[in-house]
Design a protein around this ligand. Structure first.
Ligand code: NAD
Length: 274
C-alpha cells in the first residue's frame, strides 16, 4: 500500500496483459515490469523468438507468469490468433499495451510507398487491430470488480512525435499523430463501457530503434541538447508509467497522452532563443 488511501501496486495481480513487440527495448521493459507487478504477461514478438523467450524467462525467474506468442500486429488473422492463445492460456485479457513500432526513414522525396505502408501498417493499423480485439474481449468477459474498477485498459506507446514534427521521418510522425487521435477517439467511444484508454509518449529512450542517436558519446551529447532533464531515457522509465496506467492507481486518467520524455517536448531551443 502507498498510504492509508493508497492503491496497492500489486493491484494488477491476476490480470493478464498483452504487450506487443516486447522481445526488445521498451516493450521488453514493460513486460518485465508488469510481470513484477503481478500480471500474467503475453510477450508478443514478430521475428525475434530468442528475445521473447529471454523476457519470458526473466518474468518467470522473478516469480511471475508469461508466455511468448508470435504475431505480426499488422495482420488481422495474427492478432486474432494471439488473443485466442492468450485467452486459452489465462482465461481473458485485462490490459493491452500496444507497443510494436518501426521506423523506415527516408527523405520525403525519396520515400517509397512500401516504406510509408509498412510504418502505417504496423504503428497505426497494428494499434487499431490490437485495440479492437482487446475491447471486444473486455466486453465479452464483463467487469470483475475485485480485479479492477475498469473493464479493461488500453495503453498505446506513441511518441513525442505525435506532437513534434520530424523531417526525414514523415511516415513515423504521421503514424504517431494518427495514434494520438485514434486513442482519444476510442477513449471517447469506449469510456462509457468502462474501458480506460491512454497513451505514453516517450522521448528518447535507449533501445535498438534509435541506436545511432545514442551509441557514441558525440551522438549522445548531440541528443542531450534536445532533453532539458539532461539524460537519455531507459525502458524502465516508460515501464513504470505503464504499470501505473494499467493499475487502478490511475483510475480517473482517461484519454490522455502521458509525455515521458525528460522535457523533450518543451521546445528546448527556446531556452536561450525566441
Ligand atoms: P524496438 O525496435 O526495440 O522495439 C520495437 C518492437 O516492435 C520490436 O520488438 C519489434 O520486433 C516489434 N515489431 C516490429 N514490427 C512488428 C510487427 N509487425 N508485429 C509485432 N511486433 C513488431 O524499439 P523501441 O524503442 O523499444 O520501440 C517500442 C515503441 O516505442 C515503438 O512503438 C516506438 O515507436 C516507440 N518509441 C520509441 C522511442 C525511443 O526513443 N526508443 C521513442 C518514442 C517512441
Amino acid at each position: 500500500m502507498t498510504g492509508e488511501h493508497g492503491v496497492n501496486e500489486k493491484k494488477i495481480t491476476g490480470q493478464t496483459a498483452i504487450v506487443t513487440g516486447s522481445s526488445s527495448g521498451i516493450g521488453a521493459g514493460i513486460a518485465r515490469e508488469l510481470g513484477a507487478a503481478g500480471a500474467n504477461v503475453v510477450v508478443n514478438y514478430a521475428g525475434n523468438r530468442d528475445g521473447a523467450n529471454e523476457v519470458v524467462h526473466q518474468i518467470i525467474e522473478g516469480g511471475g507468469s508469461a508466455i511468448a506468442v508470435k504475431a505480426d500486429v499488422s495482420r488481422e488473422e495474427d492478432v486474432a490468433s494471439m488473443f485466442r492463445e492468450a485467452i486459452d492460456t489465462y482465461g481473458t485479457v485485462d490490459i493491452l499495451v500496444s507497443n510494436a513500432g518501426v521506423q523506415k526513414d527516408a527523405a520525403f522525396l525519396d520515400m517509397t510507398l512500401d516504406q510509408w505502408n509498412r510504418v502505417i501498417g504496423i504503428n497505426l493499423t497494428g494499434a487499431f487491430l490490437c485495440a479492437r480485439e482487446a475491447a471486444r474481449e473486455f466486453l465479452r468477459r464483463g467487469l470483475v470488480p475485485e480485479r479492477s474498477s475498469a473493464l479493461g485498459k488500453i495503453i498505446f506507446i506513441s511518441s513525442v512525435h505525435e506532437i513534434i514534427p520530424w523531417a526525414g521521418h514523415v511516415n513515423y510522425a504521421a503514424s504517431k499523430g494518427g495514434v494520438m487521435l485514434f486513442m482519444k477517439s476510442i477513449a471517447q467511444e469506449l469510456g462509457p463501457q468502462k474501458i480506460r484508454v491512454n497513451s505514453i509518449a516517450p522521448g528518447a529512450i535507449k533501445t535498438p530503434i534509435n541506436r545511432p542517436a545514442w551509441e557514441t558519446p558525440e551522438a549522445e551529447a548531440n541528443l542531450l541538447n534536445l532533453i532539458p532533464y539532461n539524460r537519455v531515457g531507459e525502458p524502465v522509465d516508460i515501464a513504470r508509467a505503464a504499470v501505473w496506467l494499467a493499475s487502478d492507481a490511475s483510475d480517473y486518467v482517461h484519454g490522455t497522452s502521458l509525455l515521458v520524455d525528460g522535457g523533450m517536448a518543451l521546445y528546448p531551443g527556446f531556452a536561450s532563443g525566441g
